[in-house]
Write a protein that binds this ligand. Structure first.
Ligand SMILES: CCCCC/C=C/C(=O)SCCNC(=O)CCNC(=O)[C@H](O)C(C)(C)COP(=O)(O)OP(=O)(O)OC[C@H]1O[C@@H](n2cnc3c(N)ncnc32)[C@H](O)[C@@H]1OP(=O)(O)O
Ligand SMILES: NC(=O)C1=CN([C@@H]2O[C@H](COP(=O)(O)OP(=O)(O)OC[C@H]3O[C@@H](n4cnc5c(N)ncnc54)[C@H](OP(=O)(O)O)[C@@H]3O)[C@@H](O)[C@H]2O)C=CC1
Length: 306
């Protein structure tokens, strides 16, 4: 398969699609969270970025707020700590007003043989993804419910919630738990007008993720490479941003409990399917057709009677 270049993807949304929204992005200092923040601001949202590295958060805020100074705020929060999450959530409500939306984006991951993982290694990954998403979601939702306000929770998952994945087992387990949280809370909190959804992107190269998942030439695998993706390329931040903007907007108030994959068909092109045949030429297909027709003719002749 030849690698495709990513198309320019202009936003299909008006610049006020998220006007009046106040969105918390966890893990907003780097990678996808940082890049998404700029798209949210460009569509009218005010944004709060959480992470553990203050310098990086400040840089990210400056970048994202370039078009609308004052629209991005930051706080250093370790989302594995429920006390820090609750205090920082209280500060947003007190100093800026209620959030309208939470994007559970912070993640932790690295490739390793599962038998080599220490209990601390397992917990470093699972507590960030699972505990962090739960603490952040509930800290916002308790306030929405108490104030009688609607809200929207969106989590950044992976297609491993359906397939699992070898060599990233703690992350696959924890993301699957957040997928279960998404379905469960959607049903529990719909009566409070709180929607709970998730996105499951395929690979979108970012510095830290690739250092963790693709550290050496030998460790390169289908998960991070384009040659096994039917679309022939990785995804782009703009494409992810457009899905996120739609899900956080009021355009889909009836949509809840869903995890939406956006991976160029990667998950469906597993080794148990014939998806790899996309690389065959017209001549290959002519030969295949001739061979299978010949086999059919033999079998038809053997079946003929009289
Ligand atoms: C189709 C493509 C889909 C891609 C989907 C998903 C991608 C991602 O999520 S990529 C996200 C990548 N970004 C991050 O991971 C950012 C946050 N990461 C971190 O903070 C660190 O990398 C962390 C995960 C290692 C956690 O850091 P910290 O909490 O500071 O923990 P420690 O450094 O103290 O380590 C705890 C524990 O883990 C062991 N450990 C660390 N790295 C490895 C490794 N590569 N292999 C095995 N074990 C590791 C470390 O040794 C500690 O254990 P003990 O030695 O028992 O104390
Ligand atoms: N890139 C990709 O191809 C894909 C990524 N994803 C998901 O997207 C999300 C972002 O990944 P990506 O941008 O690539 O990677 P990054 O490593 O750049 O982003 C992870 C972010 O999480 C923050 N974080 C980690 N631990 C904590 C914590 N305990 N408390 C607060 N913040 C924390 C990190 O900041 P700090 O260290 O400063 O705290 C960092 O900013 C992840 O959930 C990942 O699983 C999903 C599918 C594909």
């Amino acid at each position: 398969m030849t690698a495709q270049s990513a198309p320019q993807a202009p936003s299909p949304f008006a610049s006020h699609a998220l006007a009046g929204k106040r969105v918390l992005v966890t893990g907003g200092g780097s990678g996808l969270g940082r890049a998404l923040a700029g798209h949210l601001v460009a569509h009218g949202a005010d944004v709060h970025l959480w992470g553990r590295r203050e310098g990086m958060l400040r840089e990210a805020a400056q970048e994202a707020a370039a078009g609308r100074p004052g629209s991005v705020h930051v706080a250093t929060v370790d989302i594995r700590r429920s006390d820090q999450v609750d205090e920082a959530m209280g500060a947003i409500w007190a100093e800026h007003g209620p959030l309208t939306s939470v994007f559970n984006n912070a993640g932790a991951n690295f490739i390793a043989r599962t038998e080599d993982l220490s209990p601390r290694a397992f917990e470093a990954v699972t507590s960030t993804i699972m505990d962090g998403s739960y603490f952040t979601s509930t800290a916002a939702a308790r306030r929405w419910i108490a104030d009688g306000l609607p809200g929207s929770i969106l989590s950044n998952l992976t297609t491993w919630v359906w397939t699992g994945s070898a060599f990233v087992v703690p992350a696959a387990m924890a993301k699957a738990a957040v997928h279960a949280m998404t379905m469960s809370l959607a049903a529990e909190w719909a009566r409070h007008r709180i929607r709970v959804n998730a996105v499951a992107p395929g690979p979108i190269p970012t510095d830290y993720a690739w250092a963790m998942l693709n550290p050496t030439d030998k460790s390169s695998s289908g998960a991070t490479q384009t040659d096994r993706i039917p679309a022939g390329r990785t995804g782009t931040v703009a494409e992810l941003a457009h899905l996120v903007i739609f899900l956080l907007s009021d355009a889909c108030a009836y949509l809840t409990g869903q995890t939406i994959a956006m991976d160029g068909g990667q998950m469906l092109a597993g080794p148990g399917t014939f998806a790899e045949l996309a690389k065959l030429t017209d001549a290959d297909w002519a030969e295949i057709r001739a061979q299978s027709k010949a086999a059919s003719a033999v079998s038809a002749a053997q079946r003929a009677v009289g």
